[in-house]
Ligand binder design. Structure first.
Ligand code: PBG
Length: 336
């Protein structure tokens, strides 16, 4: 049987050997998931001591500022080190020019200051885009034909970012997909002395059908009506274009890059991490969350096992961290 004993072949190599016991499986584990990897998105609304459920996102609530502050304290106690804020803008302050986006006394700006005042150790990230503030639900300002204007929108995004910076934000996260916005925002932040304010760019954000529950949660679905975002968000068919988008955002001054949605785009995550070696993040979006929740509520899946497997998948694909509506729950699962 000597001919079967060449090194490198069976039975010298039996991949099942290392899988035989927990200790050796643990030793050769390539990726790990911990609470350090988790970023919690939060929906903030006007009011006091108010928590309103989001129908299409079970267990997720729109919280008033005071409740956001206590949520941040709880999250930090669980080990979660950063949150991203999304405002539910009252419809009477939405406008064509989205000016509420840079109101120094706006909902997001007040929320940032309240968190930084009461729970200063948690990192506060903000979403930079105009869709919570425009009457048409688009992420930018439109011309007469309804086309989202690039450069005029970038000017508005700069004002929005500066207002978040003045309120005390640690990270601004432009999710709008305008060309040149990272450069514009970075220059303005430097000019005003915010040289340590980090930019997490949604470098590759796809025009995805997975954002539906989010648009319900923040109330932009009705504004958007039947319109789409194809003229600025990316075509789900493209990966090379994602590399070009990401390269530009890095050149323009992004500190971290993000791919969105998550699971359907693991290949894009992997390519971006390999190509640039940047701090790389995925956004497991509302539609992904809603699907897991619906299946779990029907008793069709083991929610904990499935969600933790998915989050680990992001780490294996090259992510440094994940924005996920499951962050709080996953922190409890990971550290019971
Ligand atoms: C808006 C924004 C969206 C999401 C985050 N920021 C929606 C959109 O682009 O229409 C979606 C997040 C989610 O679905 O969880 N700029």
């Amino acid at each position: 049987m000597v001919e079967h004993l060449e090194s490198g072949h069976y039975p010298f190599t039996r991949l099942r050997r290392m899988r035989a016991d927990s200790f050796s499986r643990t030793l050769m584990r390539e990726s790990t998931l911990s609470v350090d990897d988790l970023i919690q998105p939060l929906f903030v609304r006007e009011g006091d001591k108010t928590a309103e459920p989001v129908q299409s996102m079970p267990c997720i609530e729109r919280l008033s500022v005071d409740r956001i502050v206590s949520k941040c304290r709880d999250l930090h106690n669980l080990g979660i080190q950063s949150v991203v804020l999304f405002p539910v803008t009252p419809s009477d302050v939405k406008s064509d020019d989205a000016r509420e986006a840079w109101n120094p006394d706006g909902l997001v700006q007040r929320t940032i200051s309240a968190i930084k005042d009461k729970v200063p150790e948690i990192g506060v990230m903000t979403d930079v885009a105009l869709d919570p503030y425009t009457l048409n639900g688009q992420d930018g300002l439109v011309d007469e034909s309804g086309y989202v204007m690039n450069d005029a929108t970038v000017e508005a995004l700069i004002r929005q970012s500066l207002s978040h910076a003045h309120a005390g934000a640690d990270v601004v996260a432009p999710s709008d997909m305008m060309d040149g916005r990272i450069c514009g925002i970075r220059k303005a932040l430097e000019d005003e002395g915010f040289y340590n304010l980090r930019i997490l760019s949604y470098a590759a954000k796809y025009a995805s059908s997975f954002y539906g529950p989010f648009r319900d949660a923040v109330g932009s679905a009705a504004n958007l009506g039947g319109s789409d975002k194809y003229s600025y968000q990316m075509d789900p068919a493209n990966a090379e274009e994602a590399l070009r988008e990401t390269a530009l955002d890095i050149q323009e001054g992004a500190d971290m890059v993000m791919i969105k949605p998550g699971t359907p785009y693991l290949d894009v995550i992997w390519r971006i991490r390999e190509a640039f070696g940047m701090p790389t993040f995925a956004y497991q979006v509302s539609g992904e969350y809603a699907m897991f929740k619906a299946a779990a509520q029907n008793g069709w899946i083991d929610e904990q096992a499935l969600v933790l497997e998915t989050l680990l998948g992001f780490k294996r694909a090259g992510c440094h961290g994940v924005l996920t509506y499951y962050a709080e729950q996953a922190a409890r699962w990971l550290n019971p």
